[in-house]
Design a binder for this molecule. Sequence first.
Ligand code: SF4
Ligand code: SF4
Length: 347
Amino acid sequence: MELRAHAPERNPASDAARVKAEAKELGFDLCGIAHAHPLESARLDRWFDQGWDAPGIAYVRERRAERLDPSRVLAGARSVIALAASYAPELPEPAPRGDLLVARYAQGRDYHNVVLKPARKLAAWLRAELDARVYCEVDAGAVLEKAWAQEAGIGWIGKNGCLIHERLGSWLLLGALVTDADLVPDHPHPDRCGECSACIPACPTGAIPEPRYVDANRCLAYHTIEHRGPIPPELARAAGGRVFGCDACQDACPWNRRAPPGNLVQLRARPEQRTLDLEILLRLTPEEARRRYEGTPLLRAGRDGLVRSALALAPRPLSPEVRALAERLVDDPAPGVRAEARRALSH
Ligand code: SF4
Ligand code: SF4
């Protein structure tokens, strides 16, 4: 008699429970599952149509079709596994000491490494245990992570555009796996912003034109991290020393007041990275930037981006020390640094 190997009968409910247990074991604070289907396009298209995306993030528009339909990143996709890891600060937070502020997500190690590693391990587990095909991404792929996190019941997209969890707040780094595994989905999370709109007036640059939309052209997170050219002066004046990213619309959110720290300790803040010193930034060479910030998110802006932002945010009128440093940067090889140095000296 011929013996044939049969694929084991799968149980979508127990497989879903096993996926969640494995995600927790790997350090994720939250894991939810959604049925893979094409997403409603109206929200993303409104953002594009209003011009609220910005030239430095053209890649979002370029992969629109993939972002809206998970079967375009993985043929036969049946489930989306939404993952979240918290980088909530340990409370009480010490007061900032340096001149310039760093957004909380960037105060520890580069989250791309810290979160991508366990996400890839979970993908490998799905392949081995459930014989599944998997597309895995953290922040850099073509998946609308926040939309899927809401679909998968992890939380809701708040009026500040962030994904919010009732206990962990919005200090969350998100990832997603698209898979052909058949998993019982969770229920989408309801909106819990209610009558609150505290984040909208809290934005120092007026970058939230309407609830749940952020205009990247006015957002400090975009200008200090993704954008390469000079920072518009009126935004720099309003920035309040936020040199790398911005937390103002999250600081204002009541769901963040008591958020406890998450599981992945590598995401916690390093004291020396909570704030940056203006004069140290203005003296940065490419080698010094690598030595100080290798393995942290700060290198995404690069040495040129950090120096350019420091020049834009330096308090006016410039102190004699800062003026002397800016004069040395007028002939810098980086065009953005040169332009910002000239502008700083012209006031
Ligand atoms: S990150 Fe800052 S600048 Fe951007 S929308 Fe939020 S508060 Fe406004
Ligand atoms: S501050 Fe209020 S409106 Fe804004 S995201 Fe938080 S709960 Fe929603």
